[in-house]
Write a protein that binds this ligand. Structure first.
Ligand code: XMP
Ligand code: MG
Length: 184
């Protein structure tokens, strides 16, 4: 038992469940992407662990890039404005982009990124998210590949953080309410 487990109220998806789901997603994506020379773009920091697993589960010839964005707001919700803090390093004209994200929540981040890549000349932009929280959506956006549809709860682990911590939990869970005390 690690030192962070005591902060977890409940586990939503175990390490084994996540691995099995990613295996299936990877095979589905292989079928769709094998002739597309895709460019996988991971959204930092939350998707870094998912990125590592999904590119190995989907054995297509591909390249990888990383983009970092920040959205204004408090620790558990975003306000809408998205800013790129680290951009991709290559020309994407004519490329088939697959955005790899940890969670699709309000849709602000992915709505922005989809527009951004299309404006830069991508041939297509598809979205692969480990988690989808459709109950909180404010932008009309859906993912092409979804790991799990989650209820409206703030989740941590497997890349997802609370105040930059818990990203290295191997499972996805919900924090105990007392962990949040202090946030407005
Ligand atoms: P939007 O609202 O732009 O949100 O779709 C996407 C980003 O918001 C963060 N987010 C979460 N992070 N647990 C987290 O650790 C959550 O339950 C959660 N919901 C949204 C996340 O950074 C995601 O990229
Ligand atoms: Mg994120």
């Amino acid at each position: 038992m690690g030192m962070m487990d005591q902060d977890i109220l409940k586990v939503l998806y175990t390490e084994k469940q996540i691995a099995a789901r990613i295996e299936a997603m990877g095979m589905e994506m292989y079928g769709a992407l094998k002739d597309k020379d895709p460019l996988f773009v991971s959204v930092l920091r939350g998707a870094f662990i998912f990125m590592a697993d999904i590119v190995r589960a989907c054995q297509v010839r591909c390249d990888v890039e990383f983009i970092a964005v920040s959205s204004y707001g408090n620790a558990t919700s975003s306000s809408g404005a998205v800013k790129i803090t680290h951009d991709i390093q290559q020309d994407i004209t004519g490329r088939n982009i697959v955005v790899i994200e940890d969670i699709l929540d309000s849709g602000n981040t992915l709505h922005f990124l989809k527009q951004y890549f299309m404006t830069k000349g991508a041939a297509s932009v598809s979205i692969c998210t480990l988690l989808d929280k459709p109950s909180r959506r404010t932008k009309a956006i859906t993912a092409d590949y979804i790991g799990f549809t989650v209820p409206d709860e703030f989740v941590v682990g497997y890349g997802l953080d609370y105040c930059q911590k818990y990203r290295n939990l191997p499972y996805i869970g919900v924090l105990k309410p007392e962990v949040y005390s202090g946030e407005e």
